[in-house]
Write a protein that binds this ligand. Structure first.
Ligand SMILES: [Ca+2]
Length: 457
């Protein structure tokens, strides 16, 4: 029936995106959520990356070139997106944050769709905890790997027993595109689509990819896309000396893995292997996402489905001497948002500052669902078409006690104590310093900028 609805919906496309709810066909939603994805993709201008399927999705819709997470850690970021509420000093703080514990009264995004007659399905990693708001999903599952971190090679499986004894930080895996969990999740989602195409209800299908989260495990053919000789370390691989110590960390997440030194920098050779592994995992995900989107197309569902692809936060690949996330640097905060819907313009690229908290109100509006009344973001629908839009001026992200305002030119972070007093800060001019290498706090230029962006000093 959903397939029939999609054909009928063609006649109604100009209307249902305007929020009409009566006598219109609600669009399906496919949310593709990629763990630890930074905007190093072909469609974001990274020509060295091989991401043809994500690039094709981007070309069919809108790419948000300046999209920022509201907190750079998995569980908290996902809880924020799924409730439409911002993280604070007391809510959505850590990787294990749960929406149903931190914001029990908020109608979650899948709950809104479910309450509105949608069939909701969660596959792979969506909420950090599978039990989080579990009743909002008509179906939910998360496949497991051969070991907790989904290794395929025997020596890694043997090494990877507990959180204290993990396998290597990367794996050049055996052939077989579906041997890793993400491959099997894709096959499950394709089975879901075939079933959903025949159901009466519109659907909200969320598919969460584990990669490119550590460990960087992918079949060898995706590693082959990035020869070792092509991998370069970032220009700013040294820890900076002009920022507060609060801006930096010891890359603790990486150090859990076998083969990583307990302290100090990794060797250049190992750093290149890690970067190569991250790229391989991005291309592996891209390949699987291509399979998923092909399935959507083949089933005739593409014409009536809103597709959203996003990360959950950014990632450091040795920029500022950091690995992984957990910082207020742009590298940890910036993460892709791509939205494609057949009734909306293709090849649309927006430079406005947008935030992950904007996703919930966007999908609510695209589906014409009622406003649950608690949403703190702004619907992106006006940006899904071309033309000038009067838009908000900043994204606000938080990590621990550090708050970052990102405008279309500047990024200002202040760290506060329990009395709400500023104890440290950093400021970057993205126009002259997009890589955030020169902290302007304490300079005349910095003072002028702080006045300009109306922040307390
Ligand atoms: Ca993550």
């Amino acid at each position: 029936m959903a397939k029939l609805l999609s054909h009928a919906g063609l006649l109604l496309l100009p209307f249902f995106f305007l929020g009409c709810t009566k006598k219109t066909i609600p669009p399906n939603v496919l949310l593709i959520w990629v763990d630890d994805l930074r905007p190093e993709l072909g469609c974001y201008g990274a020509d060295h990356m091989q991401t043809p399927h994500i690039d094709a999705l981007a070309a069919s819709g809108t790419v948000f070139l300046n999209s920022y997470c509201n907190i750079p850690v998995c569980g908290a970021s996902r809880a924020s997106v799924l409730t439409g509420l911002r993280p604070t000093l007391t809510r959505f703080k850590r990787y294990y944050s749960r929406a149903d514990e931190d914001a029990p009264d908020a109608t979650s995004l899948p709950a809104l769709f479910q309450n509105s007659g949608y069939y909701t399905v969660s596959r792979g990693k969506i909420s950090h905890h599978q039990q989080d708001n579990i009743d909002a999903w008509d179906e939910i599952s998360r496949l497991r790997g051969a070991s907790p971190r989904d290794y395929r090679l025997e020596h890694n499986i043997a090494l990877d027993n507990t959180d204290d004894h993990r396998g290597m930080a990367f794996e050049i895996g055996p052939a077989g595109d579906t041997s890793y969990v993400d491959g099997r999740t894709t096959m499950q989602a394709l089975r879901d689509l075939r079933k959903l195409a025949d159901q009466e209800q519109p659907f909200f299908l969320a598919v969460g990819y584990l990669k490119p989260h550590l460990p960087f495990n992918a079949p060898a053919r995706f590693w082959d896309l990035y020869p070792s000789s092509s991998i370069a370390l970032p220009d700013n691989a040294e820890m900076p000396e002009d920022v507060p110590s609060l801006a930096l960390h010891t890359s603790g997440e990486l150090r859990h893995y076998s083969g990583i030194p307990e302290t100090g920098p990794v060797s250049d050779s190992l750093a290149k292997d890690l970067i190569r592994g991250y790229y391989a995992c991005v291309s592996y995900c891209d390949f699987l996402i291509g399979k998923l989107l092909d399935g959507l197309e083949d089933l005739g569902l593409r014409e009536n489905t809103v597709v959203v692809l996003m990360g959950d936060h950014g990632y450091n690949l040795l920029e500022h001497g950091l690995w992984c996330k957990h910082s207020n640097y742009r590298t940890s905060l910036q993460s892709p948002i791509i939205i494609s819907a057949p009734s909306l313009p293709a090849k649309n690229r927006r430079n406005e500052i947008v935030e992950f908290v904007d996703i919930y109100p966007t999908l609510r509006e695209l589906a014409g669902l009622p406003d649950p009344g608690h949403l703190e973001g702004l619907s992106l629908v006006r940006l899904l078409s071309r033309g000038s839009v009067n838009w908000k001026k900043e994204a606000v992200s938080v990590w621990k006690n550090g708050f970052t305002q990102t405008t279309n030119q500047y990024a200002y972070t202040k760290w506060i104590n329990e009395n709400d007093s500023i104890i440290a800060s950093m400021l970057f001019d993205h126009q002259s310093d997009p890589a955030e290498n020169a902290n302007l706090i304490g300079t005349d230029a910095g003072l002028k900028i702080l006045t300009e962006i109306h922040v307390s000093k």
